[in-house]
Ligand binder design. Sequence first.
Ligand code: OGA
Ligand code: NI
Length: 212
Amino acid sequence: MQVATVNWLEHIANDLAEQGFAIEDNFLSPGEVDEILHVFDIHRENDRFKKAGIGKSDDFLVDKSIRGDYITWVDPKNAYPPVQRFLQKVEELKEYLNQTCFLGIQDYETHFTIYPEGSFYARHLDQFKNTGNRKISFICYLNQVWDHDNGGHLRLYLEDGPTDILPIAGRLACFVSSEIEHEVMVCNKSRYSLTGWMLNQKKELDFLINHA
Ligand code: OGA
Ligand code: NI
């Protein structure tokens, strides 16, 4: 019997092309997740997390009835080593998607995300059709102990109906930003992730000013 070996890059590219989204388990190992959670602790101790905004650019408007998460942007040049390693894998995926799917991705932006207990993010699209520059959304979950009772599912609204994805440690979810409406269901305990977008243009040079 021949078993086709499909690596993670092929798997994600195929699923994105065929269904507009992909789920990759064990994108990060348990050890890698642990190390990144330590970086969360450092940022939290330094009071770096801010209430996330909504609108065309982030931090535009803070509305708790739409989104309740707290974020801090990753500055790739000064990221801690475990975060650098995560970014390298994202970079690898970006290159692969450009080569195989001709997406023309130029850059990406990423933030650390915490949804406190009781918070959610109402149904939305990460990108208005044909405007702005977000091509592929990706979220890597970092919750080592999590089951259905904890809620916090990523609900994707697909043509065949909604599908729920549990935010378990090491799992990467990605989807076409302009096509897939989605929501984060109410979290019954704190939910951690790295959230990012692959962009079809370079991040603005005023990145640090806008995201400070
Ligand atoms: C977002 C978002 C989904 C998730 O930040 O835009 O939809 O599962 N996140 O955290
Ligand atoms: Ni979103």
